[in-house]
Design a protein around this ligand. Structure first.
Ligand code: NAG
Ligand code: NAG
Ligand code: NAG
Ligand code: NAG
Ligand code: NAG
Ligand code: NAG
Ligand code: NAG
Ligand code: NAG
Ligand code: NAG
Ligand code: NAG
Ligand code: NAG
Ligand code: NAG
Length: 591
């Protein structure tokens, strides 16, 4: 039998190649070692999460339909999952990296994600989805470029620059978690970071000496694409570059109608591409600013991110006051009007050759309606919790998707209400029953006094309306049925609503959550479960070979060894069999 082993392995390799070649697309592999490092972005040494010793982590830069393999090694002292925010994981919520679909990767273990970035373009990011870890870093860019056959709706920029902005605490993520567990508010952040770095010293009183700041080097006259992501905890940020226009071109996978903004509000979890032309005279460097929005400016002054835009022919340092942002602490109308001005370019092509607007969402009949209402945190059984429609979500020990796979009963309830509960709030694993191929209207009603952003995994949705006050049936009259932007993360102003439409064509279990990390941690999330009544691997991939098991399925989990041998399941065996048959047939033919 000794000689059969190499042959066996050879066959496995061949079947692996067949799997890849059948997908017709190139594969890119990455190794992510996730560990703690010490960094002092605001001058105070603290524990930060790095990927391959980098904070922020490396950028994944691929093209539509590429296959992506990421082997994630967990060198933290706690469970880990990496979520690929905005990546639709078509047919494969198995790869989504949230607790509803995946068991966590325990410390010292690794887990290999494998997925195709099917029919997508745009600017996204990844981040650790558990335990408030994003507040400590672990994020990085995820770019999906157009295939060469589809031209960009603008001239190819000189370069691509990824910019992460986000509020930041000098307390580590375990300390922040403890505060929330103790029922406390996190309070004002200690600063805003730009690409993991503290502010440029634009003011000696406000910014201490010796802080490393972000500098972006550019050539005069050229146009750059800045992909800006708000990866913070809870603060909406106004982004601007002194003396420069931001030509908005894309958001979260959709090309927008191109418009110039002097500044744009970027809410937590949102991503935008701006085309910035270096058309100034370089008499000095220019400030890049990310400042808190709709807050008391004088109290929040020290919570401002400041970087530097440096022309190669710059004649000196940036000096003087920062360019002002919008000043409307008590008036959110300006910000909402700006949000409404972001439109879909219906004639531009994205991932497919046909124009984006050829999907006429405005003429599709809605099949189900959910009004989701969030409120300020409440006490449930003595614990501070955040709710959506009166339900505070608690992750079951067994991921929902796994429970379904193994037909386990009682893990979760498929009873999320289509209208907010009026009774006392409760803690539950209550999930939305989405109909496969249905067209869902979701109204997000923000009854909190804070800004929220909501994100749906697995899909891009159409933002068709937003306004202050309570949503009513009449509000539908104001919907944009033509060029509402398709995106993955929508803001909902305090005391206001945002309406989104989503075509439920992606089978799986998909997280719907607030991006506000503290509310998320306290339970403001749910899932939409979309099941094809006639299960088929044409609509959903089979469970991956390397799936981890936990909760009620813990007994299925093998201990992880250092060099785990290639495992082969039914699917692999079948392919192997097919291949052997194929070889036999060929032999037969040539005999
Ligand atoms: C862990 O990494 C090893 C070596 O790269 C790989 O062979 C194995 O499949 C990975 N384990 C999982 C569960 O992905
Ligand atoms: C991504 O790759 C493209 C070419 O494939 C390149 O033009 C672009 O600069 C890269 N972006 C980043 C951020 O590395
Ligand atoms: C995290 O913060 C807590 C509270 O300040 C502190 O006790 C702990 O040592 C910190 N952990 C690390 C690894 O820095
Ligand atoms: C620096 O900030 C302080 C506090 O806001 C302010 O009083 C002072 O005028 C600023 N200094 C300069 C040079 O702008
Ligand atoms: C945007 O502003 C730039 C100058 O910074 C200008 O050249 C360009 O024409 C403007 N584009 C639009 C669509 O307004
Ligand atoms: C360069 O531009 C700045 C800002 O627009 C202006 O104040 C300055 O006078 C200009 N300098 C020259 C040499 O044109
Ligand atoms: C803003 O905060 C400052 C400092 O705490 C306070 O003096 C001022 O009254 C506040 N302004 C408003 C409009 O709330
Ligand atoms: C829309 O996209 C087309 C490419 O199809 C582009 O030529 C046009 O400039 C874009 N329009 C706007 C307003 O951005
Ligand atoms: C939408 O519903 C209307 C009225 O119920 C019906 O006449 C129409 O055919 C439907 N449209 C589609 C695209 O199904
Ligand atoms: C979920 O919705 C489907 C229709 O899409 C329906 O057949 C099924 O009974 C629903 N399940 C529950 C538990 O309500
Ligand atoms: C919350 O809802 C109540 C009842 O509808 C309403 O009176 C109140 O104004 C709302 N508050 C906010 C901030 O939306
Ligand atoms: C794919 O689906 C077919 C028909 O439902 C089934 O026979 C086959 O086993 C499935 N393949 C995998 C890998 O699950």
């Amino acid at each position: 039998m000794a000689s059969s082993k190499p042959l066996f392995l050879f066959l496995i390799n061949i079947s692996f190649l067949l799997i890849l070649s059948s997908a017709e697309d190139a594969t890119f592999s990455f190794d992510f070692e996730v560990s703690y490092i010490t960094a002092s972005p605001l001058g105070v040494p603290q524990q930060v999460i790095a990927i391959n010793d980098k904070f922020p982590g490396p950028t994944i830069n691929v093209t539509t339909n590429n296959n992506v393999i990421v082997n994630v090694r967990n060198k933290l002292d706690e469970n880990l999952l990496i979520h690929w925010s905005g990546i639709q994981q078509r047919r494969s919520s198995w790869q989504d990296g949230v607790l509803g679909t995946n068991c966590p990767i325990p410390p010292k273990w690794n887990w290999t994600y494998q997925f195709q970035v099917k029919d997508q373009i745009g600017s996204f990011f990844y981040f650790p989805s558990l335990n408030f870890q994003r507040a400590a870093g672990g994020f990085g860019g995820f770019i999906i470029n157009n295939r060469p056959v589809i031209s960009l709706p603008f001239d190819t920029p000189q370069d691509d620059i990824v910019v992460f902005i986000g509020d930041w605490y000098t307390r580590n993520h375990t300390a922040l978690r403890k505060a929330l567990d103790d029922g406390k508010d996190l309070g004002m952040p200690d600063g805003v970071l730009i690409n993991g770095k503290g502010p440029y010293r634009y003011n000696d009183t406000l910014v201490p000496d010796d802080i490393d700041f972000e500098q972006i080097d550019v050539q005069p006259g050229k146009t750059y694409r800045l992909r800006v992501h708000n990866v913070g905890v809870s603060t909406s940020l106004n982004f601007r570059i002194q003396n420069h226009n931001l030509l908005l071109a894309e958001t979260e996978g959709s090309y927008t109608v191109q418009q110039n903004y002097t500044s744009l509000d970027i809410h937590v979890g949102q991503s935008y591409s701006f085309l910035v032309t270096m058309d100034q005279n370089a008499s000095s460097d220019y400030y890049i600013v990310a400042s808190a929005r709709m807050v008391n400016e004088s109290r929040w002054k020290r919570v401002t991110g400041v970087g530097i835009l440096h022309y190669t022919n710059s004649k000196g340092k940036a000096r003087g006051p920062l360019p002002p942002g919008p000043d409307d602490q008590f008036d959110k109308t300006y910000s909402m009007n700006q949000a409404r001005s972001i439109r879909w370019n219906v004639s531009a092509s994205g991932a497919r050759p046909n124009p984006q607007g050829s999907f006429r969402y405005g003429s599709i009949n809605v099949t189900e309606i959910y009004v989701l209402k969030n409120k300020a945190p409440v006490k449930i059984d003595g614990k501070r919790r955040a709710t959506l429609s009166g339900i505070s979500y608690k992750n079951p020990a067994t991921p929902i998707r796994l429970a379904d796979q193994f037909k386990l009963k009682g893990v979760y309830k498929l009873d999320f209400p289509s209208n907010p509960l009026t009774g006392p709030p409760r803690v539950e694993a209550s999930v939305i029953n989405g109909s496969y191929r249905g067209f869902m209207e979701i109204i997000l009603q923000n009854n909190d006094t804070k800004m929220h952003t909501y994100h749906l995994n697995g899909y891009a949705f159409f933002v068709v309306g937003m306004d202050f006050g309570d949503w009513s049936e009449n509000s539908r009259g104001t919907y944009n049925k033509w060029d509402g932007i398709a995106r993955t993360t929508a803001q909902v102003y305090p005391g206001a609503w945002t309406a989104i439409l989503v075509s439920l064509d992606n089978v799986g279990v998909w997280n719907l959550r607030t991006e506000n990390l503290d509310s998320w941690y306290l339970g403001q999330e749910t899932y939409i479960r979309v099941v094809n009544p006639e299960p088929s691997n044409k609509t959903e991939f089979p469970i991956p070979d390397n799936a981890l098991f936990c909760g009620a399925l813990q007994h299925l989990q093998q201990p992880q060894t250092i060099s785990s041998a290639a495992s082969i399941n039914g699917y692999g065996l079948k392919l192997l069999f097919t291949w052997v048959m194929f070889v036999c047939t060929i032999f037969h033919i040539f005999q």
